[in-house]
Design a protein around this ligand. Structure first.
Ligand code: MN
Length: 232
């Protein structure tokens, strides 16, 4: 047995509907602008040539139902409701037509964002890490296996804060489809089991404050819930 100087961090993992075993998370990729109306509200356009990405540390994974503290260093902490793709097989330089074979399942996810820091970073052409790679910021519900979900398209994707709807769109509004994203990302990485891809958020992002209860849903998937606690 390997002798470590201190106990290694536990493996971040997600429940899967209908499975006793957990899905161990390896990496978390996130697509930037992928809904036209959200790109507009951010004062940007969707890049039609190729999707772009940022990442979150796997340690930011937080299970649905958690209460997490309002994070430090921000006065504008935003919700972003997203479809998350969970990969279950290797994919490297795959064509979009073959990409579905690498998809294990789907889940509801929240890409919680320190918007003030992200926008400052963006304006200075700096990396988005402090805006996006926030502790407890990759919040996810249970994974549903791909075979148990209808073809991606007509499903409603929505988010409410304290019961009031803030985001409401359909997965057919995705600019880059799931197979297109997997295919493109597989030109840059040896994708494989344990890799998650947050596919971007529809319009309606906005701030949350301590005490707020967030609930996000996508037809056919387990919901994702988060409660904001007080700042530490
Ligand atoms: Mn996002």
């Amino acid at each position: 047995m390997t002798d470590y100087l201190f106990p290694p961090a536990p493996v971040p993992a997600l429940p899967v509907a209908g499975e006793a075993a957990l899905y161990p998370v390896r990496r978390i990729f996130c697509v930037g602008r992928n809904y036209v109306e959200h790109a507009k509200e951010m004062g940007q356009e969707v890049d039609r040539e190729a999707p772009f990405y940022f990442t979150k540390s796997p340690s930011t994974l937080t299970l649905s139902g958690a209460t997490v503290p309002y994070p430090p260093g921000t006065e504008n902490f935003h919700h972003e409701m997203e479809l998350v793709v969970a990969l279950g097989a290797p994919a490297f330089r795959v064509a979009a037509a073959e990409a579905d074979a690498a998809v294990y399942g789907y889940a509801c996810g929240l890409d919680m964002t320190r918007r003030d820091l992200q926008l400052k970073e963006r304006a200075k052409q700096r990396p988005w890490d402090t805006g996006k790679d926030v502790e407890h910021s990759a919040v996810m519900g249970a994974i549903t296996k791909a075979a148990d979900m209808a073809a991606i398209g007509p499903q409603r994707i929505h988010l409410s804060v304290n019961g009031e709807t803030r985001q409401d769109a359909h997965l057919s509004d995705l600019v880059w489809s799931v197979p297109e994203i997997v295919a493109h990302l597989s030109t840059l990485y040896h994708l494989g089991p344990g890799d998650l891809i947050f596919t971007g958020t529809p319009a309606g992002v906005g701030p949350v404050v301590a005490g707020d209860a967030i609930e996000g849903g996508i037809d056919g998937l387990a919901p994702v819930r988060l409660t904001l606690g007080a700042a530490e």
